[in-house]
Design a protein around this ligand. Structure first.
Ligand code: MN
Ligand code: MN
Length: 321
């Protein structure tokens, strides 16, 4: 028997729980070195990529988002994340499920392909963390989540509300600015019990969503913002969607439609860390565009925020390793 390998835990890990050290700068990529598998037996959370970037209005490149976030996550995968003080992977069985497949030459087929991919994961009993891709992917993801959980609250971090109306004759448009207009009309989310956080672009068509705009968040801080999100969501089940352009371009330059005047990475992380006590059934992290990134700042922010979400999910669970 050769000795157990000391690297490439993405495919050499022998169990779903626990973490193992390997060189951060090498090895097979998976999110946080989780096992790469499509076997979802016993899995709590499946991390998956949806590398669609043809719905953006400005810079493309988010098709490289899942790969970029996985790459930088290796630098985080060496111990208990600050300030949590525990390894979430001792408590939650998290795997990397790989990416959703669609034919880039048939973009009109992508929405159904994404929804089917999500339904396969949710039907297997796992919850999802999805790495985009541009923000359009949240619409088919919400369709799959609402089919399983019913109408959801939306916790939406973004500089844009993404509720721009679509004319009747444009119903099939695949655009990263109109998903939540459709989500309300399709009865997937309850806007009155939903919060849009960090908004700083005008949109006269708000579809009934509550706005915690960027100026309000910057003035009132993390604790007040988290408390307000929790008040709005109440006892509902919620879906968390994080458009990285919620962060200021100083903290997230690598994105499709940057807008100045946003949150710092630290402020966003602090808000996420305080969202305990509400039922979040899934999340996505979208709009990370590595070709426009500098020193992997944006991908690092994205990976770190996803890790905070996993720690939030894990914090009241017993160790199972
Ligand atoms: Mn967005
Ligand atoms: Mn945005």
């Amino acid at each position: 028997m050769p000795p157990a390998p000391k690297n490439d835990f993405a495919f050499t890990a022998e169990r779903l729980y626990g973490s193992a050290l390997e060189n951060t700068f090498s090895g097979a990529l998976s999110f946080m070195r989780r096992p790469y598998t499509r076997d979802l037996r016993g899995v709590d959370v499946a991390v998956t990529g949806v590398p669609l970037d043809t719905a953006t209005t400005n810079r493309p490149g988010t098709r490289f988002g899942p790969r970029g976030i996985r790459a930088i996550s290796t630098e985080l995968a060496w111990g208990a994340p600050w300030p949590w003080g525990f390894d979430p992977f001792d408590r939650l069985a998290v795997v990397d499920y790989g990416d959703c497949h669609f034919d880039h030459g048939k973009p009109w087929e992508a929405p159904a392909a994404i929804e089917k991919h999500a339904r396969e994961i949710l039907d297997a009993g796992a919850s999802m963390v999805t790495l985009g891709g541009d923000h359009y992917i949240s619409l088919p993801l919400l369709r799959a989540h609402a089919a399983r959980h019913g109408k959801l609250s939306l916790i939406h971090f973004d500089s844009h509300s993404d509720t721009w109306p679509q004319a009747e004759e444009s119903a099939g448009r695949i655009d990263h600015g109109s998903m939540f207009h459709h989500a309300v009309n399709e009865n997937l989310v309850d806007p009155a019990a939903s919060a849009q956080v960090g908004i700083r672009t005008h949109n006269s068509e708000r579809m009934g969503f509550n706005w915690l705009d960027a100026a309000w968040v910057l003035e009132h801080g993390a604790a007040a913002t988290a408390a307000e999100i929790k008040r709005i969501v109440g006892a509902n089940q919620a879906y968390l969607t994080f458009d990285i352009d919620c962060l200021d371009p100083a903290f997230a330059p690598g994105t499709g439609t940057p807008v100045t005047g946003g949150l710092s990475t630290a402020l966003a992380q602090s808000i996420i860390r305080q969202l305990d006590g509400i039922g979040i059934v899934g999340m996505d992290m979208v709009e990370v565009s590595p070709p426009y990134d500098t020193a992997e700042i944006t991908a690092m922010a994205a990976a770190s925020i996803v890790l905070d979400y996993l720690c939030l999910r894990a914090k009241d669970l017993p160790e199972r390793k």
